[in-house]
Write a protein that binds this ligand. Structure first.
Ligand code: DGJ
Length: 387
């Protein structure tokens, strides 16, 4: 970020923006040094507020392509009072040396999101987990728990959720024998992008039915806490075709058994959710691996839908890389932070650098609400002010 604090009283020019004395600005896509002067290492992450401090959890990356898998400090955590100056708090969740562990060194541990459960006093972490050496085929949801925001988080389980449970409102007797057979066939494939399979699979709306026995796939994911304290897990499922929303139990540790499907066959990844007034908003991306694509916005008055797909909320050009809003400025959504007690929301994105994962950058921009929708205009440098 930021931390371009100018000691002199005069104004100084830094890059394309002017930094006024004492002001700290968010400079998306640049190097964001922590308290040790090291670029923050918390990718695909999320931020919570606890007892007046912000806690930022994200994927810990290492140098080179190897950094696209989890090694060492799988989930890194930082804390801050102002969202600008970040203190390194170390590893929140650490990889296991046991190669059979779901969180083995070399596994995939992505998009960690932490929530604080007032009822139990515990911190619960949800993350996308893929097993070591198995590519992206396991599609597990990882859950870990801690007593303190900085951890250490302890793995509770890693599995496909909602095993044996049908989505709300779905009547299995409405499925023909042919559809049931197709659902079984598609649930067992190894490569959903295989041109021999993908055209038919991408239009078929019942793959989830074939996954009743294994549990539902859970890949890109987030957790959203509603105003009433209820927590919801939201993930890309069915080979990324469809989002699954699951209402969690009051201890935030399990599926309540109530789940439903959203944006069916839209192929939305990277969900980030917020609520403002009577609207819930979901920002997501398309599915192009580590490469950027166009963001998309959905809105609904009820988490259970109907969800309406709107356009791309991003505007302007990334002044650091030259990438346009049509490519989400080279980024991909990860989280929306609502500032506590304020009508202010910060949209957070990652610019992935898969050739040298540790060099991934962050894009944090204020959301602008207009009537019943929102936009996110690029800003080269902006002040968070009092968070
Ligand atoms: C896109 C996802 O949004 C990322 O979190 C990551 O899983 C990459 N795909 C891997 O290609």
């Amino acid at each position: 970020m930021i931390k371009k604090t100018v000691v002199m009283l005069a104004m100084a020019t830094l890059g394309s923006a002017v930094v006024v004395a004492g002001e700290s600005l968010v400079r998306s896509a640049e190097i964001w040094p922590d308290n040790n002067g090291v670029h923050i290492n918390a990718h695909g992450g999320g931020v919570i507020v606890h007892e007046g401090r912000f806690w930022w959890y994200g994927e810990h990356k290492i140098d080179g392509k190897a950094g696209n898998n989890a090694h060492g400090a799988a989930v890194h955590v930082y804390s801050s009072k102002d969202l600008v100056h970040w203190q390194d708090e170390g590893a929140a969740l650490t990889c296991s040396a046991d190669h059979e562990s779901p969180i083995a060194d070399g596994s995939v541990i992505e998009r960690p999101k932490v929530v604080y459960c007032k009822k139990t006093g515990k911190f619960v972490m949800y993350f996308h987990n893929e097993l070591r050496g198995k590519g992206y085929t396991a599609a597990h949801l990882g859950v870990a728990i801690a007593d303190r925001p900085q951890g250490p988080f302890k793995l509770v389980r890693s599995e496909r959720p909602n095993k044996g449970l049908l989505p709300e409102g779905f009547n299995a007797s409405s499925l023909s024998a042919d559809d049931k057979a197709k659902a079984e066939k598609f649930a067992a494939i190894s490569n959903p992008w295989d041109p021999a399979v993908h055209p038919e699979l991408s239009k078929f709306p019942y793959t989830f039915y074939g996954m009743l026995k294994t549990g539902q796939m859970s890949q890109d994911q987030t957790v959203f806490i509603d105003d009433d304290g209820k927590a919801y897990h939201i993930c890309a499922s069915e080979y990324d075709a469809t989002l699954h929303f699951t209402e969690l139990t009051d201890d935030y540790l399990h599926s309540s058994g109530k789940w439903w499907r959203v944006a069916i066959n839209d192929y939305t990844e990277a969900p980030a959710v917020c609520k403002r007034g009577e609207w819930y908003y979901l920002i997501g991306s398309g599915c192009t691996g580590w490469k950027p694509n166009k963001a998309r916005l959905y809105r609904a008055k009820n988490l259970r839908g109907p969800w309406e797909r709107l356009g791309n909320p991003c505007e302007g050009t990334n002044t650091v890389t030259g990438q346009s809003a049509d490519l989400t400025w080279g980024g991909q959504s990860t989280f929306i932070l609502k500032l506590p007690g304020k009508d202010r929301y910060i949209a957070m994105f990652d610019i992935w650098r898969p050739e040298n994962a540790i060099d991934g950058r962050y894009v944090w921009l204020p959301i602008e609400f207009k009537e019943d929708s929102l936009t996110i205009p690029w800003k080269a440098a902006w002040s968070i002010g009092e968070p």
